[in-house]
Write a protein that binds this ligand. Structure first.
Ligand SMILES: [Zn+2]
Ligand SMILES: [Zn+2]
Length: 367
């Protein structure tokens, strides 16, 4: 961050060629995500009338960011915090998807003391439930069937969970070469990769973070095979669906269980589609058609749902505009405001550049 003079002001000369990433390393992710957002906006602009409107909104998403720059009175540390942005709130637009997932994570942290108090010995696991691939045109119907099956699963007497957070992720299906057609394991390292081509099918799967009693991992353990069996029964299908299960544990020694579970909450809440994948789909034949149909099929479907202890202590509502702006509770910090900084996204440089500095009066506090 360029040095701020004693009186906290910078001259207008310094405005030239100052970028958000220079001023605040923590905010450099904006330069990465905005170009991705523009790719998605462009795809929307090729759609029907409703989608063109979504494209126009996405194009403008977070073009201007206003940060308050403050100095912590105790430590003297200088920090900037987002104070205003134009979020488009379009379902598949990357910036808004990211901001919403931050809010889900923060909601979990806020609920954690109560969850911990009521379920002090609970453990957590990540479950992925899949179904056979379907034509992208049948996605809405497939999701409906998956949700019905999920309700059957959770209503079983033997369902081990005391709470969950769930979402549905969709990926684009590929046609594989003869060598790895039948083997998921071989696909990653296949030498014939160039012959794999995307088609118009979709692969929908449920991602769920489950809270389970500690006894789940000792006396009541459900094997992966057993999960596949009960998921098959819940789906009422004649094939055995693929499932994945893994325990959620702190990844390193310093990480707390709370942080490990919070990361899992963020992962689950951000699913629906990985935007890096979408950008790849769009580069391949038929990608645009697939994406626009995906948007159409997902219309009015719920992104994230909660159950049990999670529903009891966390809001299930879509994060609001204000919550996206300030996903975390900011009570902890009171700082002396030095100035407000306005950054604009520059298409040429693919960076947010400092546009304007708005001075504040000396006695203004609390950003
Ligand atoms: Zn947006
Ligand atoms: Zn292959």
């Amino acid at each position: 961050m360029p040095e701020i003079k004693k009186n906290g002001k910078r001259s207008n000369l310094e405005l030239k060629m100052t970028y958000l990433s220079d001023d605040s390393l923590n905010d450099s992710h904006w330069d990465i995500i905005k170009p991705k957002s523009l790719v998605i906006a462009d795809a929307y602009l090729s759609g029907n009338v409703v989608q063109v409107r979504r494209g126009e909104r996405s194009l403008c998403c977070s073009n201007m960011l206003l940060f308050g720059v403050g100095m912590n009175i105790d430590t003297g540390e200088i920090k900037q915090k987002l104070k205003s942005a134009d979020f488009c709130r379009v379902r598949l637009e990357p910036i808004c998807m990211h901001r919403k997932s931050l809010r889900w994570k923060a909601r979990f942290h806020e609920a954690w003391p109560k969850i911990k108090e009521q379920y002090p010995t609970a453990r957590y696991m990540h479950l992925v439930l899949t179904v056979r691939n379907c034509d992208i045109k049948d996605l809405r119907e497939t999701i409906k069937q998956m949700n019905t099956a999920w309700n059957r699963l959770t209503n079983r007497k033997t369902f081990p969970s005391t709470g969950f957070i769930k979402s549905i992720e969709v990926t684009r299906e590929m046609d594989y070469c003869d060598k790895c057609k039948g083997s998921i394991a071989k696909r990653g390292t296949c030498k014939n990769k160039n012959n794999h081509t995307y088609n118009q099918n979709s692969h929908a799967h449920i991602h769920v973070l489950l809270q389970v009693p500690a006894s789940y991992f000792t006396i009541n353990y459900i094997t992966k095979d057993k999960w596949a069996d009960i998921w098959q029964q819940s789906l009422r299908v004649d094939y055995k669906p693929v499932v994945w299960v893994s325990a959620v544990k702190p990844k390193k020694e310093q990480e707390s269980l709370e942080d490990a579970v919070a990361s899992a909450v963020k992962e689950v809440a951000k699913y629906c589609i990985k935007f890096d994948d979408v950008i790849e789909y769009l580069e391949k034949p038929g990608g645009l058609k697939w994406f626009l149909e995906l948007d159409n099929q997902l219309e009015k479907t719920r992104a994230v749902s909660l159950g049990g202890s999670f529903k009891k202590f966390m809001s299930e509502e879509e994060p609001t505009f204000e919550e996206m702006l300030t996903p975390e509770d900011e009570n902890e910090e009171v700082a002396k405001v030095l100035e407000y900084r306005e950054y604009l996204f520059k298409n040429l440089e693919k960076k947010y550049a400092l546009q304007k500095i708005i001075e504040v009066k000396n006695d203004e506090i609390a950003i």
